[in-house]
Design a protein around this ligand. Structure first.
Ligand code: ADP
Length: 636
């Protein structure tokens, strides 16, 4: 490239820019954090590449960021001597958004400024946040290793397009100059800049330098003023936060560090900072967020935990450091033992990494157990007591994935589960709570899965349990069906779906009840045979049940069969599912069922019975029009 070029921003960038400048202006100062964070990343990248190519350091081995301003020109400059950008990289990285999920993200914006600002914060506006305070930004850069003539200048007014041209630039790295807007003059002030830097960037391990100020007497003793000196001074602590002793880190610093690495504007629920010494030595600083990010369900998204080796950033790698079901955890792991030039492949195989992964998983579970303990701790504040419920409402379904993913921690995970039940609308019943409330003679933990709490609560399958005062867990998360495959029992007590197999309340049913049921079944046999015949295409079997009290009929699946709900879910997701033929169970005491015998509309009644049972559990009759016709003909 020799000539100046004018290029357009990718449509999403233009849209994002508009949003950034319109919804983040109430929290202007974050632009400095974002730009310093980019500078720090660029230095991390240089350090990493230079592990194999020391020449990249050229003659400036000390990595640093310099922040300076020019009052007259109204410019603020953030300069680093990190990896820098080639002309093509400037075009690619500063003109498009490479992140996946951008479109989805845009779709989520509501137009409500406050809510959007938070989403944008999570997404990470990065470089573009400069336009909150600047009406023009110019970036000069040269990539480490390229000759001085291959520098680049990128400029934009933050509207639809930007310009790039080649320039000569002896220094490696990037210099971002912000031409401040009318209302952003406060950033032309050493004191203000220092206070923003110490608030957001104190923990950056790189030194951030600013020009010293000195007092200059006015002429003829007519007052004086502070002026910028030629000397530079470091204005942050410049030591990685996690490498400091716990006692030297304030609550605010921990929270600020979290916000920095997570792009979250809300404080975390809890965190844990430890130096682990053993077969492998490492430091972990792990946070549990207070709310889910917009892309929680994207199992491939970038990891929340960053790997450092002796304070050099190595990579984000989700699966190597924590199992996928803990993908909501944010933080840093810094190993003292791994080689600095560790590759992704090596990472997967390393015993040290495996030990770190196990240790970190246990640490996260311990944090959750601590939160759960607070729930029942009378000495805990109201806020602390509510933390586990807050965690669970945001991340409970993700945690359940662990049942199928992490067999080593199965028991601990099972104890962390919470459900709604027929005794509690809130999702607050633990399996241990349930067990403690079990009736004498009850030998299973009963549950039902449904699409919603209402559907679960009103399910006919629950009738006999309600009558007998037996608690049933109500499960309404999409993952429940799947997760429960991996939870056959809890603490020696089997888990039993109330919509699966014949109902067997065992010792909970007395002899006279059993006998009455058997007699009813016997007397009902001829009708049953006719029903089976009429419904042979729809039902696997028809039988008399004692589980119903008020409803005439319900559907259940065979013990080993796929549940109706799971089959529906898979179908909705566009998957092929084998046809599930349920069992129709009828309540021989119900008036409608009694009517069957001797009815001249037996066939219609039989089909209505079946279709209604399907409707009651949230399904749809296979032929809705036929159902309506049958009901109408009865009504008429
Ligand atoms: P993010 O940092 O989240 O990727 P940004 O919009 O902040 O998004 O930056 C986009 C890209 O521009 C970065 O990924 C990086 O490649 C490049 N970049 C930004 N600032 C710098 C810098 N100071 N030095 C080198 N590259 C940079």
């Amino acid at each position: 490239m020799t000539q100046k070029q004018t290029l357009s921003f990718q449509a999403e960038v233009a849209q994002l820019l508009h949003l950034v400048t319109h919804s983040l202006y109430s929290n202007k100062e974050i632009f400095l954090r974002e730009l310093i964070s980019n500078a720090s990343d660029a230095c991390d990248k240089l350090r990493f590449e230079a592990l194999n190519q020391a020449a990249l350091y050229e003659d400036a081995p000390n990595l640093e960021v310099r922040v300076s301003f020019d009052k007259e020109a109204r410019t603020l400059t953030i300069a680093d001597n990190g990896i820098g950008l080639s002309a093509q990289e400037a075009i690619d990285n500063l003109g498009t958004i490479a992140k996946s999920g951008t479109r989805e993200f845009m779709g989520r914006l509501s137009g409500d400024q406050k809510a959007d600002a938070q989403l944008i914060g999570q997404f990470g506006v990065g470089f573009y946040s400069g336009f909150i305070v600047a009406d023009k930004i110019s970036v000069e850069s040269r990539r480490a290793g390229l000759p001085p003539e291959q520098g680049v200048r990128w400029t934009s007014g933050g509207a639809g397009d930007f310009e790039v041209e080649e320039v000569t630039r002896p220094q490696r790295g990037t210099r971002v100059t912000l031409h401040l807007r009318e209302d952003a003059g406060e950033y032309l002030n050493t004191w203000k800049l220092k206070s923003v830097i110490s608030k957001y960037s104190d923990h950056i391990s790189l030194p951030i330098l600013m020009r010293k100020e000195e007092w200059k007497e006015g002429e003829d003793n007519k007052g004086g003023e502070m002026v910028l000196a030629d000397e530079w001074e470091t204005v942050n602590q410049a030591s990685a936060l996690w490498s400091r002793a716990k006692k030297d880190i304030s609550l605010e610093q921990y929270q600020e560090f979290y916000k920095q690495i997570s792009h979250d504007t809300e404080p975390p629920l809890t965190w844990s900072h430890n130096r682990v010494e053993g077969s492998t030595e490492y430091t972990q600083l792990l946070y549990i967020p207070s709310h889910a990010p917009f892309d929680l369900w994207n199992r491939d998204k970038a990891a929340g935990v960053k790997l450092y080796v002796k304070r050099v950033f190595i990579m984000d790698d989700a699966e190597a450091l924590l199992p996928v079901y803990l993908r909501f955890v944010k933080g840093v792991i810094d190993s003292a033992d791994l080689p600095l030039n560790v590759s992704r492949e090596l990472l997967q195989e390393s015993r040290d990494v495996r030990a770190i992964r196990e240790g970190s998983t246990k640490r996260v579970l311990a944090m959750l157990e601590d939160l759960a303990k607070l729930e029942k701790d009378d000495a805990a504040s109201g806020e602390d007591k509510g933390k586990y419920a807050m965690f669970y409402s945001e991340f409970g379904p993700v945690l359940k994935e662990g049942l199928g993913e992490d067999f080593g921690n199965h028991e601990r995970l099972a104890k962390l589960l919470r459900f709604a039940s027929t005794a509690s609308d809130a999702t607050s019943v633990s399996l241990a709570d349930y067990k403690a409330r079990m009736k004498e003679g009850q030998d299973a933990i009963y549950y039902i899965t449904a699409d919603s709490l209402l559907a679960a609560k009103n399910s006919p399958q629950l009738e006999v349990f309600r009558k007998k005062g037996i608690e049933v867990l109500l499960m309404t998360d999409r993952v429940d069906e799947w997760a429960l495959n991996y939870l056959q029992d809890f603490d020696g007590t089997p888990m039993q779906s109330v919509a699966r197999g014949a109902v067997d309340l065992g010792k909970l049913q007395d002899e006279s009840e059993k006998k009455a049921a058997e007699e009813a079944a016997e007397a009902f046999k001829p009708v049953l045979e006719k029903l089976k015949q009429a419904l042979k295409d729809k039902a696997e079997d028809v039988r008399v049940t004692t589980r119903l009290v008020d409803s005439p009929a319900c559907l259940v699946v065979q013990d080993a069969g796929m549940s109706m709900q799971l089959a529906r879910m898979l179908k909705q997701a566009g998957q092929k599912v084998p046809q599930v033929k349920p069992v129709l169970e009828v309540n021989a005491d119900h008036a409608l069922v009694k009517k069957l015998e001797g009815s001249d509309r037996f066939d219609d009644l039989a089909h209505i019975l079946f279709d209604q049972a399907l409707l009651a559990e949230g399904g749809l009759p296979e032929d809705p029009a036929a159902y309506v016709r049958r009901v109408n003909s009865l009504l008429a």
